[in-house]
Design a protein around this ligand. Structure first.
Ligand SMILES: NC(=O)c1ccc[n+]([C@@H]2O[C@H](COP(=O)([O-])OP(=O)(O)OC[C@H]3O[C@@H](n4cnc5c(N)ncnc54)[C@H](O)[C@@H]3O)[C@@H](O)[C@H]2O)c1
Ligand SMILES: [Zn+2]
Length: 363
């Protein structure tokens, strides 16, 4: 079991990473000095698999527990679900000293993280991410929120958890498409970090079918160390340093939106965005072609898409220009000067941007 420390300005906390970590959750919450009620929040896929186990550990540690289970899917990240959860917490007399455990993927983590951030101005929050994407990304860093009208994550709060529990064993039940989607984020960290982490990601990607065993404690912890360093440096996305996590996401978000948020998973769209970033990095940042090829080969090995055939390039280009993170001077890209050497805040000439989008959407 590894214990990583996250120490952003607002509050420090630990991330437990290891096989069987879910069985340690109860004792780890007790070790925080918490007493009182614990509400385990999950979705309809994850609850039947893991809720009983987590509940048993919490009960054994002396907690009074109850649960909230929502249907699965991004469509649940709504203010209506938030209000419904407030109602349940109110009926159960939940207050400041009590704890919310978010057991599930990024949807459960974002939604119940926001509930915990806002109910009575803040309950104790424990993130127990169960998708690869949430284990390496959403579970750590303190971004919580819901979708509002057309705005994804439009309403939310920065709210760090008290504890994060990451058990790679739960990935065994994850559908392979979700596993692959998370793998795109793992590649992102590998390209950002270079060095040993990139070697490890490559080793995990080689030979044979994609399965959960490839994403072990060491690999997940390696990705988390990258995320933690960035979050500690720029907790609330103020200095611009957190932007490095956006590698592959400028084009990725546009592809995801152009596909109506259903054609591509987030990770598939990010994989396409990473391919665009690699190509732009060669053109604009001096990334050697051989290093760009190495990155693309890694995405290939994981079975991540190479083309978004059938998307309208004009629409994708338009969506890039409307990027949520665009500043007054336009869209700022994260590109690579080399593997492990990201640079933020870069402008891409519009003709080159069009060319790359046309390439991605061809075939
Ligand atoms: N807060 C952040 O920093 C951050 C970062 C990245 C993404 N996100 C958010 O995360 C969300 C996407 O998260 P996601 O990809 O985890 O999606 P998700 O939560 O929808 O989970 C994907 C699917 O897998 C199922 N599932 C989860 N764990 C499982 C398991 N162990 N076994 C079997 N099935 C399981 C879920 O029920 C769901 O059907 C988006 O809403 C995105 O905005 C947040
Ligand atoms: Zn992402």
């Amino acid at each position: 079991m590894q214990r990583l420390r996250v120490a952003p300005p607002s509050r420090a906390y630990d991330v437990l990473v290891g096989r069987g970590a879910l069985d340690e959750l109860g004792a780890a919450v007790a070790a925080l000095g918490t007493s009182g009620q614990v509400v385990v929040c999950s979705d309809g896929h994850v609850a039947p698999l893991y809720l009983e186990r987590v509940g048993a550990g919490l009960r054994a540690a002396g907690f009074e527990i109850s649960h909230i289970v929502i249907p699965p899917g991004e469509g649940q990240k709504t203010l209506a679900r938030v209000e419904e959860a407030y109602g349940v917490l109110y009926e159960r007399g939940i207050g400041r000293g009590d704890t919310v455990v978010a057991l599930g993927g990024g949807v459960v983590g974002d939604l119940f993280g926001y509930v915990a951030a806002t109910y009575q101005r803040g309950l104790r929050l424990v993130q127990a991410p169960t998708t690869l994407l949430a284990q390496v990304d959403a579970g750590v860093g303190g971004k919580t929120g819901v979708d509002f009208r057309a705005g994804k994550n439009h309403v939310g709060a920065f709210y760090q958890p008290w504890l994060v529990v990451v058990d790679p064993d739960v990935l065994r039940t994850l559908p392979v498409r979700e596993l692959r989607s998370g793998a795109a984020e793992v590649v992102k960290y590998g390209l950002m970090a270079g060095g040993r982490l990139l070697d490890e990601v490559e080793a995990a990607a080689q030979n044979g079918a994609l399965d959960a065993e490839r994403f072990d404690e060491a690999l997940i912890a390696g990705c988390l160390e990258e995320k933690i360093a960035v979050v500690e440096d720029d907790e609330r996305e103020e200095t611009g340093n957190r932007a490095v996590l956006n590698l592959g996401h400028t084009v990725g978000h546009a592809v995801e939106a152009a596909g109506g948020f259903s054609r591509f998973t987030h990770g598939e769209a990010v994989a396409l965005g990473l391919r665009a970033a690699l190509r732009l990095s060669v053109e604009l940042c001096g990334l050697p072609q051989s290093e760009a090829d190495r990155g693309a080969a890694l995405l290939d090995a994981l079975g991540l898409p190479a083309h978004a055939a059938g998307l309208d390039p004009e629409e994708v280009a338009g969506l890039i220009r409307r990027d949520k993170k665009a500043g007054p001077e336009g869209v700022a890209y994260v590109l690579l000067e080399g593997l492990g050497r990201p640079r933020t805040g870069l402008r891409v000439p519009s003709d080159l941007e069009r060319e790359v989008v046309a390439w991605l959407t061809s075939e």
